[in-house]
Design a protein around this ligand. Sequence first.
Ligand code: AMP
Ligand code: ZN
Ligand code: FE
Ligand code: FE
Length: 278
Amino acid sequence: MYADLHLHSHYSDGTFTPEEIVSRAKQQGLGAIALTDHDTVEGCAAVAAECAKVGIEFVVGTELTSEHNDHELHILAYFVDPTNERLLREIAKFQIVRQERIRDMVARINALGVPLKAEDVFALANCKSPGRPHVARTLVRNGQCRTLDEAFERFLKKGRPAWVPKSKMSALEAIELIHQAGGLAVMAHPGLNRTDESIPDLVAAGLDGIECFHTKHPPGTAQHYLGMANKYSLLVTGGSDCHGMSKGKPLIGTVRLTQDYFNKLKAAAAVRQSAPVK
Ligand code: AMP
Ligand code: ZN
Ligand code: FE
Ligand code: FE
């Protein structure tokens, strides 16, 4: 078992630095990793540099928050050019959306009588792509909630009083954006979003792969999506979705893709890059 292709760093809502990710990947004996921070490729250069030092193969990635038919779904981008101007321009828009959403959520929390400052959330997040976990961590650090789960349950979960909907990129546009940046578009953790009915539309838009192996996919779920991959001729990916120490034990290396699946992914990326989709 070879690759963990779903990892978050402190460039989004993970807690690990690039150095920590790569030293743990090495300890775990991983041969390849991808960094898939939410709506940013900012950490990729640093993780690539660390990987090069220790002989781990690195794949540039990001996880785009998107929607299709009013369902949120996450599209993983692999092997994109991290300097692609259109990609950077589009994700920058969604970083601004994330920052504005933090202000809205904080205002709602304030209206509930809990004094929290947006600037404190931004200082703790210290990244361009902040999210709800940063609000939750600030509440815990301030002693206003005991645990992250309590922060989500009281305030931040969908339907709770400080939850704010997020405007998202269309999943079909996300696929096109990834292709024009030379990358492969993969449906993330389909078992979490329960949006199987979206798969045919995504496939018609050029979806390249599906994340069959994921921390929150029990064996039966993985098997179900392996069947979908077979049915629609999709590449198979997998990863732990490690967010660092935010939930206690780090997940890096606990979900792995075989070298065979990884090699198929690389071969498809090489084809994409020799004949980019315009
Ligand atoms: P956002 O991108 O701002 O909507 O935040 C989504 C992130 O919140 C995801 O990475 C989830 O892992 C995390 N999340 C969702 N629910 C919870 C929860 N109950 N406890 C901790 N983290 C959560
Ligand atoms: Zn996350
Ligand atoms: Fe996700
Ligand atoms: Fe993720």
